[in-house]
Design a protein around this ligand. Structure first.
Ligand code: ATP
Ligand code: MG
Length: 268
């Protein structure tokens, strides 16, 4: 496990790093420009409020939520939201590396999953598993890969025994391929999509901010970038800014148009 600024011992499997450790401060740095659509903002805010009222929830014997699944197309803010949650909860984030967990040897994948969950049970953190479908695939489609079917069973047990010291967050682009029993274990589900007009405007404004530009450029950019993911918008705007910088001129419509063409985002 790569770690940044603490000396905590983190699990290793045969010398293979299983994840990366981010302090809450490092998480904060990553999410300076996060745009969360209203629905997801509400979900995250409520989640954080509840975790801040643990005692009261215990009194009422109402379990607190701590298993979140985020799903939707690439570049829409799933990973960024995990960092945001860790920052808001002032917990470290453990970003699990799939290649550090999945192993071709019999039983090894399950044993790695157990180790990482045991770690998270013992040390409060946000345990984040990206590309979750890679290990939580429906068991039917996994007949030929018995190892993965076993891993799903282990994962189910780990989720059931997780306790409430830590938060488990999973993200996927392929929610339909997740095992239904795994799906049922999540108390919080968040759907992500490409930005609507208002989120696009908010994001473009954050990106262009005080960069010198020709009049009306903000509106044109919002229109031109319609259908793009947040990640595409970021790349296209950065490309356009680079063009403006090397030409020593304000950001222009033609920089955006050309950058869009060069970047060629897949719009669906
Ligand atoms: N909602 C958002 N607000 C601000 N920036 C965003 C948002 N979504 C994506 N971005 C930009 O795109 C980059 C990629 O975002 P992120 O990694 O969160 O996407 P993702 O949904 O996890 O994608 P994938 O499914 O490919 O893992 C971010 O680093 C950020 O620059
Ligand atoms: Mg991601």
């Amino acid at each position: 496990m790569n770690k940044s600024s603490t000396n905590q011992r983190l699990p290793r499997a045969k010398g293979i790093d299983m994840g990366t450790y981010y302090t809450p401060k490092e998480c904060a740095k990553k999410v300076r420009h996060l745009v969360l659509p209203d629905m997801n903002r509400k979900i995250v805010e409520e989640f954080i409020t509840i975790l801040g009222m643990r005692g009261i929830f215990e009194e009422h014997r109402v379990p607190i939520p701590n298993k979140v699944v985020m799903y939707g197309p690439p570049g829409t803010g799933k990973t960024l939201t995990a960092f945001y949650m860790a920052q808001m909860l002032e917990l470290p984030l453990i970003l699990v590396r799939l290649d550090g967990i999945i192993h071709s040897h019999l039983g090894e994948t399950g044993s790695n999953i157990r180790k990482i969950f045991e770690y998270a049970k013992a040390s409060p953190c946000v345990l984040f598993l990206d590309e979750f479908d890679a290990i939580a695939r429906t068991r039917e489609s996994n007949d030929e890969v018995k190892e993965m079917a076993r891993a799903v069973n282990t994962l189910l047990r780990c989720l059931d025994d997780f306790g409430d010291n830590s938060i488990f967050v999973a993200a996927t682009n392929l929610e339909n391929e997740l095992d239904r029993a795994i799906w049922r274990r999540f108390d919080t589900k968040m759907i992500y999509s490409n930005p609507d007009e208002s989120s696009r405007r908010q994001y473009v404004e954050l990106l262009i901010n005080d960069f010198e530009r020709e009049a009306g450029l903000m509106e044109e950019a919002c229109e031109h970038l319609s259908g793009c993911s947040f990640a595409d918008i970021e790349q296209i705007v950065l490309k356009a800014k680079r063009k403006a910088i090397i030409e020593h001129c304000p950001l222009k419509r033609e920089h955006l148009v050309l950058s869009y063409e060069e970047y060629n985002p897949s719009i669906y």
